[in-house]
Design a protein around this ligand. Structure first.
Ligand code: ARG
Length: 578
């Protein structure tokens, strides 16, 4: 049950009762301080203006009219007309017991929507680099949250497997084959091979033109090109799969719907744009002029869909992808995770696709941009020699560093256990550090802070979970079979209780806005409240009655279950002991 929604509905009913105009604003949020109760309704001031009455009079009328006897202990008018809502501890306790005894933690599924999520989407022929870390893990966390909330999610790994870079690789490879050099070596180290080809592309006379010819041949279906291309793709996909396994993300081969998959539809897509008078010829190319995005002088933005040589582009593929997703897959929502630099491309793409009728008015197209990963110097994250960091190397380093951290901690783990734990901590630390930052801003990648057991980090949350688990071990009680009444007596119990009831609010925000950091903040606050509760409210001490003990154990059990659920959605492993 979503507390905020429940309260909102009751207030809406009350407003109708007192004759407030329809669509009056109903601002209802969490109280900022415990003495103001748990939630606050702040609509009286705006309503007073609308209804030409005094804010406090309106507030009184609302308090009179609102039916909250079952839920609230008291409603209190403060300041100019704020209404503070103090919930009934017994009612909260009852909700918590129900959540504890429900595998879904009391969270109802939302009406199911079909949601296409385009994420990870690396450019093949190169190994995945850190730029694709964000897309991969943020996308995966959002996918898991959407599925938990009951939606039908269709993963789409829109791999860049069809662009100009392949022309370059094919030209280089064919030269090697002609010179009788072995092709396997080329494929075993794609990264070096790519670099060699790029050097030739940038420096060698005529090479770039040949590369472009190869692109046209490939896109035209030339069989020799296609065979070689398939080999490149295969090696490259295997690299990505290694990374996905290390990262423990839910993408599989079946989710790959790369750019090449749309090749056959590009002519039809272009034709549809032409038929509607959207795509027109301009200097030999086919372009759509977008007036909505005109510059200061009034020149429309130019969106190219076919180059003068006949080649198609990233944008053409995205138009075809929209047709497939919106018309064939019938997506209610499409979410695309890329770095913020592509924002303009997606804005243009959406405008064109809507005009063309590829997306209907009810369907959403949501580009979810993210900021860059920066080094501690505040510049784009690079290796010491200035190269882009390979994702696989970064993850290996994370595990090594976590092993060092683990070695410094006193524990009775065997070396193998220690290694296994370090692996989970290391990978989780990298993922969590990224997920916990506001998606849209750049963030500084810092090994020391992400591996710390203090602060908003994976190790802190993993530790909180194993600590909660340990309490049950010490009590000799099975958390699953425990069922008892909850009593909310102390301030710490109350703070923890309300936080536990707000899990669904966090999830609804994450799924609506595609912002996993909201879930991270929620879990961090939950863990912090849990630690304070645990310090203030003894469980296994002398003088604690059985009733009190079981009530507190119920809170611990629900905290552990909520931490586990939330971390699982974020793709972060939990451990019973660490
Ligand atoms: N391959 C692109 C990149 O690495 C991301 C693709 C995103 N999806 C899309 N439909 N354009 O930047």
């Amino acid at each position: 049950m979503n507390l905020q929604t429940l309260l909102l509905e009751r207030f809406k009913a009350a407003l109708a009762k007192i004759g407030a105009p329809k669509d009056s604003p109903t601002p209802l949020g969490r109280s900022t301080r415990a003495e103001f109760g748990e939630y606050q309704f702040n609509g009286a001031m705006a309503l007073a203006k609308l209804m030409k009455q005094k804010p406090r009079d309106i507030a009184e009328k609302i308090v009179e009219a609102v039916a909250l006897d079952d839920v609230a202990q008291k409603l209190e008018i403060a300041g100019p007309g704020f209404i503070n809502i103090h919930l009934k501890p017994e009612w909260m306790a009852q909700q918590l017991v129900e959540a504890k005894n429900d595998p879904r933690l009391g969270i109802a599924q939302q009406p199911a929507k079909t949601i296409v999520v385009d994420y990870s989407s690396p450019n093949l022929a190169k190994e995945m680099h850190v730029g694709h870390l964000r897309s991969t893990i943020i996308g995966d966390a959002v996918v898991k949250a959407l599925e938990f909330m009951g939606h039908k999610v269709i993963r789409q790994n829109h791999m860049g497997d069809w662009g100009t870079q392949f022309g370059m690789l094919l030209a280089h490879l064919n030269d090697k084959l002609a010179a009788n050099e072995v092709a396997e070596t080329a494929l075993s180290d794609l990264e070096d091979f790519y670099r060699e080809a790029k050097v030739r592309f940038d420096n060698e006379d005529g090479f770039a033109d040949r590369a472009r010819e190869y692109v046209v041949k490939l896109q035209g279906g030339d069989s020799q090109c296609l065979t070689l291309w398939e080999q490149f793709i295969d090696v490259s996909i295997k690299h990505s799969e290694d990374v996905y396994n290390k990262l423990n993300v839910s993408l599989s081969r079946d989710d790959i719907m790369g750019e090449s998959a749309y090749n056959a539809d590009l002519h039809a897509t272009l034709q549809a744009l032409k038929d509607q008078g959207l795509a027109v010829e301009d200097q030999g190319a086919q372009v759509v002029f977008i007036d909505e995005l005109a510059d200061k002088e009034g020149n429309p933005a130019v969106y190219i869909v076919q180059k003068s040589g006949g080649g198609f582009l990233y944008s053409t593929t995205d138009q075809a992808a929209i047709r497939y997703r919106c018309q064939t897959l019938k997506a209610d929502r499409t979410l695309i995770f890329t770095d913020a630099r592509q924002a303009l491309h997606f804005k243009q793409t959406e405008i064109v696709a809507r005009k063309a009728g590829f997306i209907s008015a009810e369907q959403s197209y949501e580009h979810c941009p993210f900021g860059m990963m920066l080094g501690t110097d505040g510049k784009p994250f690079k290796t010491r020699s200035g190269d882009t960091v390979k994702l696989a190397d970064l993850l290996d380093e994370a595990v090594e560093r976590a092993e060092k951290v683990m070695a410094e901690r006193i524990s009775d783990f065997s070396p193998e256990e220690r290694k296994a734990i370090a692996r989970k901590i290391g990978i989780s630390a990298v993922k969590y550090a990224d997920l916990s930052k506001n998606r849209t801003t750049d963030y500084i990648f810092n090994w020391d802070s992400m591996l710390s057991f203090e602060g908003n980090t994976a190790p802190y949350l993993q530790y909180a979970y194993s600590r909660a688990n340990n309490i049950f071990k010490n009590a000799g009680v099975d958390a699953n079979s425990l069922n008892a009444t909850i009593h909310i007596d102390s301030a710490q119990e109350k703070t923890l209780a309300i936080k536990l009831l707000q899990y669904v609010e966090a999830l609804e925000q994450v799924t609506a806005e595609a912002t996993p950091h909201v879930l991270c903040s929620y879990l961090f606050e939950l863990a912090s409240h849990f630690m304070s509760f645990y310090e203030a409210c003894p469980i296994l001490k002398d003088g604690i009655t059985a009733e009190q003990r079981d009530s507190r154990l119920m809170l611990v059990a629900l905290t552990a279950a909520t931490l586990k659920s939330g971390l699982e959605l974020l793709g972060i492993d939990t451990m019973a002991r660490m």
